[in-house]
Design a protein around this ligand. Structure first.
Ligand SMILES: Nc1ncnc2c1ncn2[C@@H]1O[C@H](COP(=O)(O)OP(=O)(O)OP(=O)(O)O)[C@@H](O)[C@H]1O
Ligand SMILES: [Mg+2]
Length: 289
């Protein structure tokens, strides 16, 4: 196993400028969405990227997932900077290893495709599985692993609740067995009790599949429970970074203190937050949400 000191992913001096066009071409302005952002993601760890709306969290996630190119800087995975790779190379070398789950579970899935077809398609794109039968079997197995019964393979997105659909999106990301999962506000749209269930599932899956997470959120109340390290983005600049416990205990910038101040203190008697330690998976129970 790689030592925890070896970064799995290195983000180096990422800068992203967006050109905002005015009414006339001469009025265009350059907006610096990211400026010199650097951090490392270690194997089997969770790095939480936090910051207020517009601070550049999703832009960072999309660049790492190779859905967007940086203006400058590099992202190194397996000793290779891939930000300028061709779509073919990215598909072969990166998309199979780094997957992203977005906030809105509905818009991420094609409403005209069954869940089974969506999962099987993910395997086909990566050229995984020796036969259609084998791909279906892996897809069913992963769907069951995220807590949904196999017969849900035949169902369409509109037949699921938001929480169930986010499980489907997680299954679709994991069916190709990536090493890194980028979770961009992936539980933010869910009810608090459902959030806790999905977060617990994510903790269990992380152990089982030896995953590393980049957990993007503006909600610091969950970060305390799931993150090993935390990076704080403000207007595209990483203003603070460190061990999760130290950031919570001794935030060094006023911005982080303000972010923390907006977090409700959980009531341990009625806390809906996830367990601090992963536990064995529970069998599927029908959801009413
Ligand atoms: N394609 C684009 N063109 C122009 N500006 C963009 C584009 N994408 C993002 N931006 C701008 O870059 C900044 C950072 O956006 P980003 O989506 O990364 O923020 P965020 O931290 O994820 O915010 P939120 O918490 O609201 O999701 C914002 O000001 C946004 O308007
Ligand atoms: Mg965002």
């Amino acid at each position: 196993m790689t030592s925890p000191k070896t970064p799995l992913l290195q983000v180096n001096s990422l800068t992203k400028d967006f050109v905002r066009r005015g009414i006339s071409a001469r009025r265009s302005t350059v907006f610096h969405a990211l400026q010199n952002v650097s951090f490392e993601l270690f194997e089997r760890q969770t790095y939480a990227l936090v910051g207020e709306s517009g601070s550049g969290k999703s832009t960072t996630g999309k660049i790492i997932c190779a859905l967007e190119k940086p203006t400058s800087g590099s992202v190194v995975f397996a000793d290779r900077n891939y930000v300028d790779d061709s779509p073919k190379l990215l598909r072969e070398r990166i998309h199979g290893q780094i997957q992203m789950v977005f906030q809105d579970p509905f818009s991420a899935l094609n409403p005209r495709k069954t869940i089974g077809d969506a999962l099987v398609e993910a395997l086909e794109i990566q050229g995984l599985g020796d036969s259609a039968k084998e791909r279906r079997a892996s897809a069913t197995e992963m769907l069951e692993r995220v807590g949904l019964p196999g017969w849900h393979m035949q169902r369409y997105p509109h037949q699921f609740s938001g929480g169930q659909l986010q499980r489907v999106n997680i299954a679709r990301a994991l069916v190709i067995r990536p090493k890194v999962l980028i979770l961009d506000e992936s539980v933010s749209a869910l009810d608090v009790s459902i959030q806790a269930q999905v977060l617990n599932l994510l903790q269990d899956l992380k152990e089982e599949f030896s995953l590393s997470y980049l957990f993007i959120t503006h909600d610091l109340s969950v970060v305390r429970f799931i993150a090993d390290r935390v990076g704080v983005l403000r207007k595209g600049v990483l203003v603070e970074e460190g061990d999760a416990h130290s950031i919570f205990a001794h935030p060094s910038t006023e911005y982080t203190r303000d972010l923390l101040a907006s977090v409700p203190i959980p009531d341990p008697q009625h806390s809906q937050l996830p367990r601090a330690h992963p536990q064995p998976p529970t069998p599927f129970q029908p959801q009413t949400n």
